[in-house]
Every structure is written in structure tokens, then in C-alpha cells.
Write a new protein. Structure first.
Length: 215
């Protein structure tokens, strides 16, 4: 499945993130510039960064829908054996240095823990056209779920699909089929959870309508 990523195995992802922050030099940075700086790992590493705000207090207003749909489209391209790609309106978007710094700090903390256990294994889950379709489909579904504007009070509606995308992306970059499998599982959990919320919402509206009708 070489279409997915051209890895740079001699550089740890945490080091690549620190290099990204150094290149920003205190200024806002366009997402397409992040892809260029991160080189072979660029796009999938940027996808990981785009998911981090959904796991932490770091927020970028109005990103859930456009970023989720862009990630979903990337999954479609992977499923059809195309090179991962983000649309120009995402690539041209600038991230402030303050937000980038916090995202990189969080990303480094997460990956410094992950890199102790992630390693090449179960590579059968990464190779071949059938697995490209499965991986692309999972990223597409998780990205779509991430884009849904589900209001409070339902928790974790962005966190679970965001974490699923991160696990799959890290699994691809580090050739770890176990992480990809965990990402598959989280995608299923997210789909079931959000489907349950949809049915719960419909049931709540129906119940309220029946109550109003009796007045």
C-alpha cells in the first residue's frame, strides 16, 4: 500500500513536530507549508494535527465541518488507490503560532508515550488493495462523523472519531497494523454511538410531540 505514505523511519514523529514548530519561528503557518516541512510524512501527520483539537482544550473556531469533510475526502482517495490529498481551501488555511505551539506540545506528549509501544507488526493489515479500501473507508467514515454538528450535551462525539483517525494515521506511518485495527474498532464505536444519539434525538422529539398533543 505504498500510495499511502512515504515514511522517513530515521526521524521520530515527535522530532518532526518540534522541527515544524521551529520552522514556524513565531509566525502563523499555512497547512500546505506544514505538509512541505514534514516531507514524506507530511499529509498524514497534518491530518493527525487537525484531529488534536478534538482531543484537547485547543480549539480552532469552525473547523469540525470543513476539516472532517476534508479528512473524509482523503479517505475516499485512499480507498481508490489515489495519493492522499486535502482540498486547497484547507491547505491555504493558516494556523496561528499560539495554536500551532499548543497542538505540537500536545502531539509530542501523546506521541512520546505512543512511540514506546508502536512498531512494525501485523503488516498484512496495511498491504493490498482490499486493505487500502478498508483503511480509506474507515478514514472516510470517521471524517464524516467528525464533521457532524452534534450539539451538547452529548460528549465525545468528536473525540472518538478523531482518535480513530489518529490511530489509523499513526499505524500507517509506523507500519503498525495493531494501531490500524484499534482505529477500525474506534470507528465502529463512533458510528454506533452517533447512530444511537440520532435515534435518541428522534425518540425525544416524538415523546415531546406526544406530550404537547395531550395538552
Amino acid at each position: 500500500m505504498s500510495v499511502l505514505i512515504e515514511t522517513s523511519p530515521h526521524e521520530r514523529l515527535s522530532d518532526a513536530l518540534r522541527r515544524l514548530l521551529l520552522a514556524a519561528n513565531g509566525k502563523p503557518m499555512a497547512i500546505h507549508r506544514m505538509v512541505e516541512i514534514l516531507q514524506g510524512r507530511g499529509l498524514l501527520m497534518v491530518v493527525v494535527l487537525l484531529c488534536l483539537p478534538f482531543l484537547t482544550p485547543v480549539t480552532i473556531p469552525g473547523i469540525s465541518i470543513p476539516f472532517g469533510l476534508a479528512i473524509a475526502f482523503t479517505g475516499v482517495r485512499i480507498a481508490f488507490g489515489r495519493t492522499p490529498w486535502l482540498p486547497r481551501f484547507i491547505l491555504d488555511r493558516h494556523v496561528s503560532y499560539h495554536v500551532l505551539e499548543r497542538m505540537v506540545q500536545v502531539g509530542c506528549k501523546i506521541y512520546e508515550k505512543v512511540e514506546r509501544v508502536i512498531r512494525p507488526r501485523f503488516t498484512l493489515l496495511l498491504d493490498g488493495p482490499a486493505m487500502a479500501i478498508a483503511i480509506g473507508g474507515a478514514i472516510m467514515l470517521a471524517g464524516f462523523l467528525l464533521s457532524l454538528p452534534i450539539p451538547p450535551p452529548f460528549p465525545l462525539t468528536n473525540t472518538i472519531p478523531g482518535l480513530a483517525i489518529i490511530m489509523i494515521a499513526l499505524g500507517i506511518m509506523e507500519r503498525d497494523g495493531l494501531f490500524v485495527a484499534i482505529g477500525f474498532g474506534l470507528t465502529v464505536i463512533a458510528a454506533v454511538y452517533i447512530t444511537f444519539i440520532a435515534f435518541l434525538g428522534q425518540a425525544g422529539v416524538t415523546h415531546l410531540w406526544k406530550f404537547i398533543s395531550t395538552l
